[in-house]
Design a protein around this ligand. Sequence first.
Ligand code: HEM
Length: 137
Amino acid sequence: MNSKVKTSDYGQGEASFSAAGGFEGIKQLVDAFYDAMETLPQAKHIRDMHNPDLTESRDKLTRFLTGWLGGPKLFSEKYGPIRIPVAHRHLDIGPAERDAWLACMQIAVNAQPYQQDFRDYLMTQLYVPAERSRNKD
Ligand code: HEM
């Protein structure tokens, strides 16, 4: 982790990918995210939308976030192109589902050895695709 990175630089190049600990760091984040989804009562509903076996979900989200944070485009390499709203179109996602997803992510982000300004940056940025996944009021 580069302590010299300023909050305003996180969107530049690989700064966020690097602040997240690269691929291994993002893998840990996603593992913590799905672990939170398995245990958080308000996330039961969104957990049940997923396959019982989360192996592929973990792989997909890890690869997606790697590219989204400025690292290599590992999702499209393995699974092809993706658009977040389209990928969630078949699911019923309202504000409660969006907020449950973000609550799991907040727990996961807090558990990582990140600088606090990167945690804040990440949660602010993740709100955007979470809101774009919402398809009902
Ligand atoms: C807003 C609340 C969200 C809910 C309830 C949700 C739920 C789900 C579920 C249930 C799947 C599996 C779909 C299936 O197997 O048919 C999925 C797939 C996926 N989600 Fe989400 N998701 C949310 C937000 C997000 C966000 C914010 C991101 C990215 C930052 C994301 C990234 C992905 C990716 C990459 C996949 C794999 C898509 C594919 O199979 O091609 N999701 N999501």
